[in-house]
Design a protein around this ligand. Structure first.
Ligand code: UD1
Length: 361
């Protein structure tokens, strides 16, 4: 049998793939790492390889940015061209919900190569989110569905996925966090621990509509007046802020510090020391839940409901007054603290590799 092929493409894939590759190495499993190049800047990709200790990819497809159709198509064409040169791969492992995840799962499945999906079963039930389409397609064709939170099991059962294909392994992203937390604690943070806010925004639903982005910027300005606030800016958001003339306005605000996208350790240090985190990210809902830091999610839905029921997350939808009420709770010392979540223990990657070995070797 040939090697197991692992796919990484965009920033949020990297903290998931890193612990899995450590676990394959520990087990002596033959693997090949493919980077699609969906993200390519040093600050969106390279720095994560360095800090998470991910080895140089064995193959780099260099697809870059484009519209969804073009980007997905390019990934599929390049990945297929390369995959057919590999002698009898044991299977292809994709993680998360980015375009690279879906594109590579489709290619492998059409070549009749088994596909495993790490972080299977998450559903926001909002098909306006590109990630929801990626999740639905990937799970519909995956042979092995490795689930990170309880909702995933229920969702896949409801969709009729046979139970023997579904395994609860826990959250590999938390493995990376557990591994890096101590080193991150040694890094400087912008204000004393427990006194400042961290903001990130990058979803099209928040940053592509000028009216919504203006409203969010006004809210962030209000937040910065209440506590020191750091805002690492995703490249998509950066472009929109500049276009609308909002960047200069934000930069002039006392208490607000705009920053470039952060490295893994730097961002973990920021979250770990924060009083509150405000974001529209998927993964940050999970990381703050594990860290016990209150998180306000500026979205109408979440595919990660355990972060609300057992973690520190509050979903506020479009309602910025509701978001402000959470800030008031935090200021009054009533922020959510959260509790333990099954399988978010730093050992999920070992369970992933155990399942791969059982299914494919
Ligand atoms: C992608 C994922 C999203 C994830 C996010 C994290 C999909 C559908 N979306 O969204 O789930 O939360 O990554 O960042 O896969 N750009 C750069 N440098 C880079 C990469 C991108 O400047 O290295 C800019 C480009 O202008 C690009 C834009 O960011 O057009 C968006 O990148 P893209 O990969 O299309 O989607 P993200 O918004 O990053």
């Amino acid at each position: 049998m040939g090697p197991v092929v692992f796919v990484a493409g965009a920033r949020p894939n990297l903290m998931k793939i890193a612990p899995i590759l450590r676990a394959t190495a520990a087990r002596g499993m033959r693997d090949v790492l493919v980077h699609t190049g969906q993200h390519y800047d040093h600050e969106m990709s390279g720095v994560f390889f360095e800090q998470l200790g991910i080895r140089e990819p064995d193959v780099h497809l260099r697809v870059g940015s484009a519209s969804h159709g073009v980007q997905t198509g390019r990934i599929m064409a390049s990945f297929e061209e390369w995959l057919v040169t590999i002698a009898r791969p044991a299977g292809v492992v994709v993680v998360g919900d980015v375009n690279s995840t879906m594109a590579c799962a489709l290619v492998a499945s059409k070549l009749r190569i088994p596909v495993a999906h790490v972080e299977a079963g998450l559903r926001s039930f909002d098909r306006a989110m590109p990630e929801e389409i990626n999740r639905l397609v990937t799970d519909a064709i995956a042979d092995l569905l490795l689930v990170s939170e309880p909702a995933g099991i229920a969702n896949l059962a409801r969709e009729g996925v046979p139970a023997e294909r579904v395994k609860y392994v826990g959250n590999v992203m938390i493995d990376s966090l557990v591994n890096a937390r101590e080193a991150a604690r040694a890094l400087p943070v912008p204000a004393p621990r427990g006194t400042y806010a961290v903001v990130t925004l990058h979803r099209p639903s928040n940053v592509d509509d000028p009216a919504r982005l203006r409203e969010l910027c006004a809210w962030v300005t209000r937040l910065a007046a209440a506590m020191p606030t750091v805002f690492p800016v995703h490249p998509r958001t950066e472009r929109k802020l500049v276009e609308l003339g909002l960047r200069a306005e934000l930069e002039a605000q006392a208490g607000l510090q705009l920053a470039p996208p952060q490295g893994y350790q730097e961002f973990l240090a920021l979250m770990d020391g924060a009083r509150v985190v405000v974001s529209d990210s998927g993964g940050i809902q999970e990381e703050t839940s594990f860290l016990g830091v209150p998180c306000i999610t500026l979205r109408t839905t979440t595919e990660r409901p355990v972060t609300i029921t057992s973690g520190t997350n509050t979903l506020v939808g479009d309602d910025l007054d509701a978001a402000w009420r959470v800030i008031e709770d935090v200021l009054a010392g009533r922020g959510k603290r959260g509790g333990p979540i099954d399988g978010w223990d730093g050992r999920a990657a070992e369970r992933v590799v155990e399942e791969l070995a059982r299914a494919w070797t």
